[in-house]
Design a protein around this ligand. Structure first.
Ligand code: SF4
Ligand code: SF4
Ligand code: FES
Length: 247
C-alpha cells in the first residue's frame, strides 16, 4: 500500500468540479489507517475508505465482492478492547476505527498426493497433525468473516469426518483470519481445502447433469453464445454477469 501525502488528518481529494457538492452531501467520519487519521465517507467500505484516503492497494485486493479472501483486515473500535476482523471490501467503516490490512498470513502448506491418501482420519494425521492441538476455544469461529463454524470443521478433521469438513468449510475464502488468531497455530483453510479435495476425489456422487453438460460442450452447443460474449464490451459483459441466475 503506497501512502498518501503527509498531514495529521487528510481529507482525500474528490473529482474536479464535484468537491463542494460531494462534501455537502457526504457525511465524513475519521478512521485511522496504519496509525494515521483520515476523513472518509461514512458509508464507505474499509477498502473504499483506504482508496478514498489516497492509498493505492497493490496487495490485498482481488474480487472486491467478498469472494477471493485477499482483503483481510483487523481493526479496533474506540473504547473496545477487542481486535475485530473483516474483509475490507465487505465491511463498512465506523467512527474512530483503527485499521490494519493483512493481505496474507504465512502458513505451512502440506505437500501430498491425493491418490495416496484415504478419505479418513489417517489423511489428516499424515498432512495436518497440528489439528489435534485444537483446544476448542472457538476463536477461529468468532474471527471468520464468512460466519463459518470453523472450530466445528477442525473438530470434524480430528474425527476424520471428511464430508463434514467439506460441508462446513465450503464457503471459506482462505482469508487466513482464523489461523492468524488460533492459539494452537492451526492452518484451518488448508485443512478445509484438503477435506474438500478428499471429498471430491473419493466421496462425491457422480453427477449425471455434469456428464450431460460436458457432452453438450463438446458437441458445440455453446459456441454461438461464447462467440457473442467474446464480442461484447466490458460494460455489457458486466450487465450480463450481474443479471445472471445465481443460487
Ligand atoms: S475459515 Fe478462516 S480462512 Fe476461511 S473464510 Fe473463515 S476466517 Fe477466512
Ligand atoms: S482457534 Fe484454534 S484452538 Fe481455538 S477452536 Fe479454533 S482451531 Fe481450535
Ligand atoms: S477483495 Fe476479494 S474478498 Fe475482498
Amino acid at each position: 500500500m503506497k501512502s498518501a501525502p503527509k498531514g495529521a488528518v487528510v481529507s482525500a481529494s474528490l473529482p474536479k468540479g464535484e468537491k463542494k457538492r460531494e462534501k455537502a452531501e457526504e457525511r465524513l467520519i475519521t478512521v485511522y489507517i496504519m496509525g494515521k487519521a483520515y476523513q472518509v465517507p461514512a458509508e464507505s467500505t474499509i477498502m473504499g475508505a483506504i482508496e478514498y484516503a489516497g492509498h493505492m492497494i497493490v496487495r490485498g485486493a482481488g474480487c472486491r465482492e467478498g469472494y477471493c479472501g485477499a482483503c483481510a483486515t483487523i481493526y479496533r473500535l474506540p473504547g473496545d478492547y477487542k481486535i475485530r476482523t473483516g474483509l475490507a471490501c465487505m465491511t463498512l467503516v465506523e467512527e474512530g476505527m483503527t485499521l490494519a490490512q493483512i493481505p496474507s498470513v504465512p502458513a505451512e502448506k502440506a505437500i501430498y498426493d491425493i491418490e495416496k491418501l484415504k478419505p479418513n482420519v489417517s489423511a489428516i494425521q499424515e498432512t495436518y497433525p497440528v489439528v489435534f492441538r485444537c483446544v476448542a476455544c472457538g476463536t477461529c469461529t468468532k474471527s471468520c468473516p464468512q460466519g463459518l463454524q470453523v472450530m466445528d470443521y477442525v473438530q470434524a478433521a480430528k474425527r476424520g469426518d471428511i464430508t463434514a469438513i467439506m460441508d462446513l468449510s465450503f464457503d471459506c475464502v482462505s482469508c487466513g483470519l482464523c489461523m492468524l488468531r488460533c492459539p494452537a497455530e492451526i492452518t484451518q483453510p488448508l485443512v478445509g481445502i484438503l477435506g474438500r479435495r478428499l471429498y471430491g476425489r473419493y466421496l462425491r456422487k457422480e453427477s449425471a447433469g455434469l456428464a450431460e453438460r460436458v457432452l453438450a460442450v463438446n458437441a458445440g452447443a455453446f459456441e454461438a453464445e461464447y462467440a457473442e460474449m467474446m464480442s461484447m464490451s466490458r460494460e455489457d459483459l458486466s450487465k450480463l454477469y450481474y443479471a445472471r441466475d445465481s443460487e
